[in-house]
Write a protein that binds this ligand. Structure first.
Ligand code: ATP
Length: 347
């Protein structure tokens, strides 16, 4: 079976600006994909090429065996949810959702039944008779979702659909959207520039930068084993410790002392803030230690981050809860990390 969606070497330029440069991506049926990257990296351009609102300059887009590169949007077995919900203000919620089936030729009763079914899926079965203006932002977003899934597309494209919501509602909708997606079994491609949103929802994350895909992988792979410095810095907070050569196949951490196996060309060892511990007592054999001075303490409740100077580097050290919050700037500490567990990055 071919993948649900295959994107092969798709490029798109606007005048002299190359918005997409030979992008390849395969999406399987039922997958939740997040397209993640900074503003202007080409996420929306890619989504618009898939939807058919833009035509690539080169490359091919297929749904299963069908080449849809030049097919008009309405011929594609997919639908799009935009940031602005664009509901019809004068139509009831049920009529908004039933509009799609009606246009596709369903009779009034069938359209109504399918609208009710879609509204039930998003938890709004009681709200069919209301006007969109009588709904909260989160409820309007769910109506937009119901409207997009009512014709059962194979693939749903979502362009920053939660960005208009406040943070708490956004977090709740992330969980809800994930559950709805699992229930539907429809593949989602979700554009976001919010790394936490991508981590929380996606089966796989596609990290984009300047029109190219930097890395595609599970949230865990992206977080633990970023392919490039860009990915390491875009997703989470990395400590990038420079490496110095220490003989064939080995490198030394520039913090002082500790050596580790490293292929030539590796420039940094990455430690996430939670990989570095404060040593207070005995030290296991495989842990390297470094003296440091606390420069800053950031305690936000569930997490405390210490900024600790070790020579030329300032390392971020994360601790659960308020542990470490009592350390005053200027305190001396001993940091520990396992060199063998560090992830190495070439560029
Ligand atoms: P954001 O998160 O800000 O929406 P994005 O990753 O979705 O960013 P795109 O909208 O895909 O970025 O834009 C990619 C690049 O192409 C940007 O530099 C943008 O200015 C440019 N671009 C997009 N659409 C057009 C257009 N119609 N005409 C000219 N340039 C465009």
């Amino acid at each position: 079976m071919p993948p649900l969606l295959s994107i092969d070497a798709v490029s798109k330029s606007f005048a002299a600006h190359r918005a997409l440069a030979e992008v390849d991506l395969a999406v399987e049926a039922g997958e939740f994909i997040a397209l993640l990257g900074p503003s202007g990296c080409g996420k929306t351009t890619l989504l618009r090429c898939i939807a058919g609102f833009l035509t690539p300059d080169a490359g091919r887009i297929r749904i299963e065996d069908d080449d849809i590169t030049h097919a008009p949007p309405y011929r594609r077995p997919l639908n799009t949810v935009f940031q602005s919900y664009a509901l019809f203000p004068h139509m009831s919620v049920a009529d908004n959702v039933g509009y799609g089936p009606r246009r596709a030729g369903a009779g009034r009763r069938e359209a109504q039944e399918r609208a009710n079914e879609a509204l039930a899926l998003v938890g709004l079965e009681e709200m069919g008779t209301r006007l969109p203006s009588a709904l909260s932002g989160g409820q309007q977003q769910r109506v937009a979702l119901a409207r997009a899934i009512v014709n059962r597309p194979k693939l749903l494209l979502l362009d920053e659909p939660l960005s208009a919501l406040d943070l708490k509602l956004r977090r709740r909708m992330q969980i809800e959207l994930k559950h709805i997606q699992e229930k539907l079994g429809i593949a989602f491609i979700f554009v976001t520039h919010d790394q936490e949103e991508a981590m929380a929802m996606a089966d796989r994350i596609v990290v984009m930068n300047a029109g190219r895909i930097e890395q595609t992988g599970t949230p865990e792979a992206i977080y633990r084993a970023p392919a490039t410095r860009f990915v390491a810095e875009f997703v989470g907070e990395p400590n990038l410790i420079p490496l110095e050569p220490a003989g064939p196949g080995r490198a030394r951490l520039a913090l002082g002392g500790a050596e580790l196996p490293a292929a030539s060309g590796m420039r940094f060892a990455m430690a996430r803030p939670e990989d570095i511990v404060l040593i207070d007592g005995s030290v296991p054999d495989d842990v390297a230690t470094f003296p440091g001075t606390v420069e800053e303490v950031l305690a936000i409740g569930p997490l405390t981050t210490l900024f600790v100077r070790c020579g030329a580097a300032v390392l971020k050290v994360a601790r659960l809860g308020m542990s470490g919050a009592e350390l005053a700037p200027g305190s001396t500490v001993t940091l520990g990390l396992r060199p063998a567990a560090l992830h190495l990055i070439a560029e």
